[in-house]
Design a protein around this ligand. Structure first.
Ligand code: HEM
Length: 164
């Protein structure tokens, strides 16, 4: 939100319009706030806190059941499907009317098949509630140093481990 203030302000305007300023957003507001879901989808797509690639990454080119999987493949950073994949762009998940599309590819961060994350619904609801309430209450901006200059975090890098 600090790096992409435009997305932040769009979400705050939507919350003000739908919820007002006398209460916090709740789950009944969720269908009327597609921008918050788009922010969550894009956040999970771009850099989830729990990177699925850690135990499942492809260290070499491989062929599995006839499918070629290139070394270092990253589904949610596929440049064909997600142009400029490291750019944070919630519009990837919104149509021309600002409604959510049927693209649920962000769910891949919860794994798939029999070992898919059983906590995904709790995670999804918690993310929505936390994100909507924090955006209703706060403006996220760069901290300032002792001289009052904004501290640049644009060049910050993730350190990958079990969590990111
Ligand atoms: C954004 C938050 C979360 C993400 C990105 C996430 C992601 C994942 C992933 C990628 C797996 C491994 C799936 C696989 O091996 O294919 C997993 C497994 C698991 N997750 Fe989550 N998770 C999240 C939140 C939660 C929460 C809130 C809970 C519990 C309340 C939870 C409980 C579990 C458990 C128990 C497993 C092991 C399932 C098994 O091996 O059968 N997760 N999660």
């Amino acid at each position: 939100m600090v790096q992409y203030p435009e997305a932040q302000h769009r979400a705050q305007e939507a919350i003000d319009a739908v919820v007002g300023r006398d209460r916090f957003p709740n789950f009944e507001d969720r269908p009327a706030l597609p921008i918050i879901d788009a922010l969550i989808r894009e956040t999970l797509r771009r850099a989830p806190a729990l990177p699925v690639d850690l135990p499942h990454g492809v260290t070499d080119d491989d062929i599995y059941e006839g499918y070629f999987i290139s070394k270092g493949s990253a589904i949610l950073h596929d440049e064909v499907r997600f142009v400029n994949p490291m750019k944070f762009d919630p519009d990837r998940f919104l149509d021309a009317n600002g409604q959510l599309t049927n693209d649920h590819s962000h769910l891949l961060v919860f794994g798939f098949g029999r070992r898919m994350c059983p906590g995904r619904h709790l995670a999804d609801a918690s993310l929505w509630s936390a994100m909507a309430c924090m955006l209703a209450m706060f403006d996220f901006a760069r901290a300032k140093d002792a001289q009052g200059r904004e501290i640049n975090i644009d060049d910050a890098e993730w350190s990958n481990g079990l969590t990111r």
